[in-house]
Design a protein around this ligand. Structure first.
Ligand SMILES: NC(=O)c1ccc[n+]([C@@H]2O[C@H](COP(=O)([O-])OP(=O)(O)OC[C@H]3O[C@@H](n4cnc5c(N)ncnc54)[C@H](O)[C@@H]3O)[C@@H](O)[C@H]2O)c1
Length: 360
């Protein structure tokens, strides 16, 4: 066994999640490919699902043996077995519904983006706080195998002090699969790169400034940008950026993470985009002066982003609801991710670097 395998084999096991009744709003693509497969594996207790498209709710309920299918949030909230509401609907539906779910005394898991404006996101967070319920956001990339391993290696000092990081994604996304996204004037960061921005926050904390450019592709479907390049300023001794291109025409798609440090480097490849959303395993490599004698070690990581990582935010929320620590991706924490995303959009509009605190 290599030093890398030895280090990663001892995964810290999360404490068991209490069995609260979960009601899901939305029976679309990600609930079927992500949420419910993960919850089934983790034995979370899903008691109901609702969708304006009742047939979709019923089909998903049948597939996953969920006792009740409804056609609205109101019907879901009228079910006393629902103690947690898991939102998986377009952001504007979540903005209207999440405060109501919280006011009814339910704990809430929101999808990303929490909202499209800072004020709306803050309203959701404040509604949960006023009601005394727990709120988490489904930024589950923090539990994604490559990101989780990178975080552990960084924290354990394998590559010394990080001096630079990039997430570079060049894939082909057919946005027509999500008709509701096509009218969004701002899109890529809100629905996709927000994961990468949240990951950079998870790994390195708060950037002082955000500089971003968005671009379109000839003939692309949808109004919003489909290619973004965002530089996060962590001071003069770190170079951090996120690049996302969704119009790869060459068939050589890739999605990588690389982090350089004073005593080595680490990186890897995200497998999820090989036949999204089912994907392939992630690859991880590391070169560490101290732990690998400067030699490159690599391995395939167990686990998946979709559905595997979806266990994380819900598990955290369930534990918080039972008196455990605040979720890693709590609503309060996520306001900072949204500030970075909105700073990126202001940067595109105004052609300047924007401090996240300018937002809100
Ligand atoms: N965390 C992740 O990695 C991830 C991945 C994909 C999607 N998402 C997010 O999850 C959400 C859903 O995405 P999706 O890919 O499943 O989209 P989708 O279009 O496949 O499904 C959305 C579902 O919401 C339902 N819906 C719309 N309005 C509703 C309303 N008022 N009440 C009840 N149901 C309503 C639709 O009928 C549809 O079934 C979005 O916010 C998206 O950004 C997150």
């Amino acid at each position: 066994m290599t030093a890398l395998e030895e280090f990663l084999v001892h995964q810290p096991a999360p404490s068991p999640a209490p069995s609260l009744g979960i009601g899901i709003l939305g029976a679309g693509a990600i609930v079927n490919a992500g949420h419910l497969l993960a919850y089934q594996e983790a034995r979370y207790n899903v008691v109901a699902i609702a969708d304006v498209n009742l047939a979709a709710a019923q089909q998903t309920a049948a597939r996953f043996a969920i006792p009740h299918a409804y056609d609205s949030l109101d019907a879901l909230l009228a079910d006393p077995a629902v103690q947690v509401v898991d939102f998986a609907v377009p952001p504007w539906v979540q903005v209207e519904g999440a405060p109501r779910a919280a006011a009814s005394g339910r704990h809430v898991l929101c999808q990303k983006p929490l909202a499209l404006t800072y004020d709306n996101a803050r309203r959701i967070v404040e509604a949960a706080e006023a009601a005394g319920v727990k709120l988490a956001v489904n930024q589950q990339m923090r539990w994604e195998p490559l990101v989780a391993a990178a975080k552990r290696l960084l924290d354990a000092g394998w590559i010394g002090t990080a001096t630079g990081a990039r997430i570079d994604v060049n894939i082909n996304t057919d946005w027509r699969a999500w008709p509701w996204m096509l009218d969004m004037p701002r899109m890529e960061i809100f629905v996709h790169s927000i994961h990468y921005l949240d990951t950079m926050r998870y790994l390195f904390g708060e950037p002082a400034l955000v500089f971003s450019r968005g671009a379109w592709y000839p003939g692309q479907p949808g109004k919003g940008e489909t290619r973004t390049l965002t530089v996060l300023d962590y001071g003069p001794e770190k170079q951090v950026f996120v690049s996302a291109e969704h119009n790869n025409q060459a068939g050589d798609t890739y999605a990588i993470l690389r982090i350089d440090g004073t005593e080595g480097a680490l990186g890897g490849r995200f497998g999820v985009f090989d036949n999204y959303p089912h994907g392939a395993p992630d690859d991880l490599w590391v070169i560490s002066k101290r732990h690998t004698n400067g030699e490159r070690q690599s391995m395939q990581l167990p686990g998946t982003w979709i559905p595997g990582a979806f266990v994380g935010p819900m598990g955290d929320l369930l534990r918080a609801a039972a008196g455990g620590p605040e979720p890693l991706t709590s609503g309060r924490d996520n306001l900072k991710t949204l500030q970075v995303a909105l700073a990126a959009y202001r940067s595109m509009d105004e052609h300047r670097a924007v401090a996240p605190e300018e937002i809100g």
